[in-house]
Design a protein. Structure first.
Length: 392
């Protein structure tokens, strides 16, 4: 395969991109370099572009048959990359993972029920629970020298009267790739408390050397029976705008409960472009991903090295997975509003505010390094300059 140059900068301004076109408005400053929302700046693999172009060239975009969702390709991918044996009939399509999270909350719990999440965590985990009138129960992750672990004792206590646990695996924003041992321990707590696990594995393909993603449901039939897994090609291949994802549920009764709600909302419908892209990505995207991963790992190493040398009060560890870095800025001594203003208005970089991931994220910022080295360099240059100007 030809070498892919992930450093080619494609101008995303005026492309209708939330990351690039809404940054100035959102951050209240001019010329903000956006490293926030979790998409990357890279074009999709050529195989995906070819599949989409072929679909456009066909010219007719009538209703698709549900037999053409690309689930055979997804099953092949899960087996090959994650050693997880699944069947296409276990899969239900959903526009995006966030939609699937909300539907799972509606399906698997009743209003008022307790749903456990593990903050700091992706903000939509909070909203999927709260906007559906359920109760958030926080099983906070424990930071140890910047590496987070699960508080199993607290989880065991809280599992007793909760109905559902939403797991982020790998974890956004802290970058942990949970080990098989950690996942087994978590699943044992769920099994002994009749807790269903909604496992959001959207970041599962983006894992760095030395770490391995374990699909929760691959750990045994008893665990699979209580697991609802969300997967998508959107982060891996940068096709989030196509809104095509899948939910994998091996247990027939559990799947029926989920599928009935998808049916009732008329969300069974798929999008011809999303399905074509998903199938091409999972069939042919492996070699492209093999080139993306070292590029992202090098970006991560570069940013960790520069922050530790040039802005030592901003602490950041290498993530085990994801293209997200979790910056511990507490030593700057700024409150959350002042911290946001420092990055947006003084450094003019658009990062995610840590406290949007829960109170545990106060004093932190999240930086998306899924960009060219030139953009990353410019962002760190800007942060370093603002840091020096402030005399931190
Ligand atoms: C853990 C997690 N789940 C879901 C999503 C978004 O999923 P979708 O765009 O398919 O709704 C993200 C995006 O950042 C995420 O980090």
């Amino acid at each position: 395969m030809t070498k892919i140059d992930f450093n080619t900068v494609i101008n995303r301004r005026n492309s209708g991109s939330v990351k690039w076109d809404d940054a100035d408005l959102l951050y209240g400053a001019k010329d903000v370099l956006p490293l926030w929302v979790a998409d990357t700046d890279f074009p999709a693999p050529q195989a995906v572009l070819d599949a989409l172009q072929a679909r456009v060239a066909h010219g007719v975009f009538g209703y698709p048959s549900p037999r053409f969702l690309g689930f055979e390709a997804l099953a092949g991918w899960l087996k090959q990359r994650h050693s997880w044996e699944t069947k296409p009939e276990w899969m239900v399509n959903s526009p995006g993972v966030v939609t699937a999270l909300s539907i799972a909350v509606q399906t698997l719990t009743a209003p008022g029920d307790k749903v456990i999440i593990q903050p700091p965590v992706y903000p939509h985990f909070f909203s999927a629970v709260l906007q559906n009138s359920r109760t958030v129960v926080e099983n906070s992750l424990i930071p140890e020298d910047g590496r987070y672990r699960i508080d199993f004792d607290d989880l065991a206590r809280k599992a007793a009267d909760a109905k559902l646990l939403i797991l982020c695996s790998p974890h956004n924003p802290v970058g942990r790739v949970w080990t098989a041992a950690e996942l087994k321990k978590l699943a044992e707590i769920a099994l002994s408390n009749n807790l269903i696990i909604l496992s959001d594995e959207i970041h599962s393909d983006l894992v760095y050397p030395g770490h391995r993603h374990t699909p929760l449901a691959s750990l045994g039939e008893d665990i699979a029976r209580i697991t609802v897994t969300c997967v998508a090609p959107s982060k891996t291949f940068n096709i989030a705008g196509l809104y095509t994802s899948a939910v994998v549920i091996s247990d027939t009764a559990l799947r029926k409960r989920f599928a009935d709600v998808i049916q009732a909302l008329s969300l069974t419908k798929s999008n011809v472009f999303g399905s074509a892209a998903l199938e091409a990505a999972y069939k042919h995207g492996g070699p492209w991903l093999e080139q993306l991963l070292p590029f992202l790992a090098a970006n991560a190493a570069y940013l960790v090295e520069r922050f530790s040398r040039e802005t030592p009060k901003i602490k950041v560890n290498l993530p085990e997975g994801t293209f997200l870095a979790w910056l511990d800025c507490r030593a700057l001594g700024l409150n959350n509003d002042a911290l946001s203003d420092f990055f947006a208005k003084e450094a003019r970089v658009g990062l995610n505010r840590g406290y949007s991931f829960g109170a545990q994220g106060s004093g932190f910022m999240r930086l998306n390094f899924g960009c060219s080295r030139a953009v990353l360099t410019e962002a760190i240059d800007r942060i370093t300059r603002a840091y020096q100007d402030r005399g931190f």
